[in-house]
Every structure is written in C-alpha cells, then in structure tokens.
Design a protein. Structure first.
Length: 146
C-alpha cells in the first residue's frame, strides 16, 4: 500500500488526472441539479411577467375611479390577494401570451400545465400604486418540475 501512495505522490500526472476527474464529477453533479430546476425557474419567470403585465397594464389601468376609491378597493386584497389563472392571463394579452403559454409543458412528462390551476396571486400593498404589489406563482404541470 505504501508503494502505491509513494508512486501516486511521485507521479504528478496521476495526481493531476485524479484532480481533474474529481472536478468533472463535482461539475456534473451541480449541472444535474441545475438543469432540472431551470425549467421551473424559467416557467416561474414567464408567469411572473404575465402577472406583472396583467396587473400593471390591464387591471390597474381599468380603474376609472378616483385614487382614494382605488386605494380602498385594493386595500381589501392586501392580505388575501386575488388569483389570476393562466387561462385569464392569456386572454388579457393574446398577442404575447398565446406564444408564451406554449412553453408551459413539463419536460419530463410532456404534460401541458393546467391552465386553470397554474396561477399568480397578486397582493396589492400601500401606497397602492401601479407597481406596489407582491406576487406568488403556482405552476401545476403534473409531477414536480424540479
């Protein structure tokens, strides 16, 4: 055994090869975990963009009332939020979102995401301006995307 250890220590090529193999194994492991979650990350970002577009360019702009009436209405949803499913997000901006919704597929199973249960929940917050809100997303595409 001592001869093997001495041989490895004395022959730098074996040591360098071992380090390179170890490095490749670590990189491969990191990539395996990253690639699996990248689809979920991409779909989550797409859904957030659709939710943002819906709230800021459709929902918020539809208020023709005074600022105080808008604040009063939005304040009611600050804690419970309001949910907008993928179906409705597509309808509000068909030109852009019809193309985006084609990406909502689970790559593992090729199952399309559920248009009714995939949704954003928007929580308006004070001072209730156009960009004053928090958002949660829920993506339902069969089994877990990660």
């Amino acid at each position: 055994m001592k001869q093997i250890v001495d041989f490895v220590k004395n022959d730098k090529r074996i040591l360098i090869t071992g380090i390179i193999i170890l490095f490749l194994i670590i990189i491969g492991t990191i990539l395996a975990f990253t690639v699996g979650s990248s689809t979920a990350y991409t779909l989550e970002n797409e859904l957030r963009e659709m939710g943002k577009d819906f709230y800021e360019n459709f929902f918020y702009d539809e208020f023709n009332s005074s600022e105080s009436e808008r604040e009063e209405f939005l304040a009611k949803y600050g804690t419970i939020g309001f949910k907008v499913n993928l179906s409705n997000l597509v309808r509000t901006n068909k030109k852009v979102n019809e193309e985006k919704v084609k990406n909502f597929v689970n790559p593992k199973t090729n199952e399309k995401c559920d248009m009714e249960n995939t949704k954003v929940t928007i929580y308006p917050k004070s001072p209730y301006g156009k960009s004053d809100y928090d958002m949660e997303v829920e993506i339902v595409c069969g089994e877990e995307l990660n």
